[in-house]
Design a protein around this ligand. Structure first.
Ligand SMILES: Cc1cc2nc3c(=O)[nH]c(=O)nc-3n(C[C@H](O)[C@H](O)[C@H](O)COP(=O)(O)OP(=O)(O)OC[C@H]3O[C@@H](n4cnc5c(N)ncnc54)[C@H](O)[C@@H]3O)c2cc1C
Length: 473
């Protein structure tokens, strides 16, 4: 059997690993075509002098046991590291404040957790929400999370809290994100209230989620996130090596055609070997707009259905400073969407957040500055000097940490054009339609963050499932 995989990001490499027995079999071949000159896609570890640091994804949801088991199967269990547990901050109203605890993605069930971040009027609105007209919610529906929270609790909750938290994960404001794709537990709680014939309110749904959580102190609390001590390079290099696939870098795939008579696929593109024999199966593991283009000949209806998915761009600047004196003792900070005069959207104080990084660098500091949100590529396009100045100025203004004084010894900048799909309120329906249209096309499958969900465990699970479907025909 001959299998082609387009894209050597996490999804493509995971699929290739899952197909390792095919690659090893006689008369079989697995080819991975990657447009860029490196593997990993949005996983990208750079070699700071004191050790590797991630400039794309840096952590994963360790509560996803399937992911931890998968990394263990890969022999990477000993590489998994835990965060320090230091809290995070939010810069809002010109002040550094504690990030609210409780609630879900910053959406509280009462005003108490966010009272320090919003006006008294907003706090009263939150506390009165349960007594206002119920939400007209249909089980299974989806909506913009920003719009719902604005209607129920007011703008400040969205602009100061929810967009900061969701923006850190999705590079989008809350208004551009759907509830079901980004905070599924909230969608489920709203469904449950509607199904039970109870009054559907936002505070009621959040309170339902809070009640379902285990009481604190029950058993050993495990950290929510883990990372790889050697950065994500450990993962993508292991996947590539163990897959046994032939990985073709600098190979830009421009089209996939289907030969119905022989039920085979031909891959066209710059760098694709001209004499490559047709493939029996193909997995497209590229971002949504590229996938739509690549499916346009072999599966035009699926391609058309996928077109509405848009991407958000961002940029990360990673710094090593000689000293961390004066840096707040926290994991990092988010910046409220309505905060004027600040260019960055978040800072990760990597050497405070991750003990393995701190142990390597002693008195120094490693900090990642993040820029850019959906709908505005201007910051992702700024030149490096400007981004560096923005980051250092913002750090000084927000935290008082004078990074220039501390001594900047290393800088890495990485731009992520189209880094993340926008998971709006139509996204899950779009994915379902694409999958449904593809069932008519034998041997052709899709995977990736847009299809499976943004987090590393979700991408891994989606790619494994795609490989299984392709393997089993
Ligand atoms: C800045 C940032 C921070 C993140 N932080 C986290 C985090 O901390 N935790 C977490 O769980 N997730 C995080 N994520 C999300 C996670 O990194 C991604 O969801 C995941 O890596 C996406 O993998 P993928 O394989 O679907 O896509 P990609 O990584 O985009 O891989 C697609 C690959 O296809 C290649 N390609 C594209 N077009 C073509 C073509 N025509 N021909 C051949 N090859 C092509 C690309 O070059 C790329 O290598 C973050 C994402 C970003 C951008």
């Amino acid at each position: 059997m001959r299998i082609a995989i387009v894209g050597a990001g996490l999804a493509g490499l995971t699929a290739a690993y899952e197909l390792r027995e095919v690659a090893a079999a006689e008369d079989s071949q697995v080819d991975v075509f990657e447009a860029s000159d490196r593997i990993g896609g949005k996983l990208f570890t750079v070699p700071f002098n004191d050790g590797p640091v991630d400039l794309g994804a840096e952590a994963f949801l360790a509560r996803r046991e399937d992911a931890v088991e998968f990394f263990t199967e890969l022999g990477l269990a000993d590489s998994l590291v835990e965060p320090s547990g230091k809290s995070s901050l939010v810069y809002s109203g010109g002040e550094l404040q504690n990030l609210p605890r409780g609630g879900v993605m910053g959406i509280p069930s009462t005003s108490a957790p966010i009272a320090h971040l919003v006006s008294e009027e907003t706090a009263r609105k939150i506390d009165a929400e349960a007594d206002t007209a119920a939400i007209n919610w249909t089980v299974g529906e989806d909506r913009s999370i920003g719009k719902l929270v604005r209607e129920r609790y007011g703008d400040e909750v969205v602009d100061r809290v929810v967009s900061s938290l969701l923006g850190g994960v999705y590079s989008c404001l809350a208004d551009d994100l759907g509830i079901r794709a980004t905070v599924p537990q909230l969608a489920e709680a709203l469904d449950a209230l509607a199904e039970a014939g109870e009054r559907v309110t936002l505070s009621g749904a959040v309170s339902k989620i809070e009640q379902s959580r285990p009481a604190p102190g029950g058993g050993e609390a495990k950290p929510v996130f883990n990372a790889f001590a050697g950065g994500y390079a450990e993962l993508y290099e292991t996947l590539a090596e163990k897959s046994g696939a032939d990985i073709h870098l600098d190979t830009f795939v421009s089209g996939i055609t289907f030969d119905a008579k022989n039920s085979t696929y031909t891959i066209a593109g710059q760098g694709v070997p001209g004499d490559a024999e047709p493939y029996d199966r193909v997995i497209v593991a590229t971002p949504a707009p590229t996938t739509a283009r690549l499916l346009s000949k072999a599966a035009p209806e699926a391609a058309e259905a996928l077109k509405p998915v848009k991407l958000a761009s961002s940029a990360i600047v990673g710094f090593k400073f000689d000293s961390d004196a004066g840096l707040p003792d926290s994991s990092g900070l988010l910046i409220a969407a309505d905060q004027p005069g600040v260019h960055a959207k978040a800072f990760t104080f990597s050497s405070k957040k991750w003990p393995h990084i701190k142990n390597r660098i002693g008195d120094g500091a490693v900090i990642r500055a993040s820029f850019g949100r959906f709908g505005d590529d201007s910051l992702a396009r700024e030149d490096e000097d400007t981004l560096v100045d923005y980051a250092l100025d913002d750090l000084l203004a927000i935290t008082g940490f004078d990074a220039r004084e501390a001594g900047v010894s290393e800088i890495y900048t990485q731009r992520w054009f189209g880094g993340l799909p926008r998971f709006d309120e139509n996204h899950l329906a779009t994915v379902a339609t694409v999958r449904e249209k593809l069932t008519a096309q034998p041997g052709l499958d899709v995977t990736g963050a847009w299809a499976g969900g943004v987090g590393v465990p979700a991408v891994v699970a989606d790619a494994r499932a795609a490989a299984k479907r392709v393997r089993e025909g």
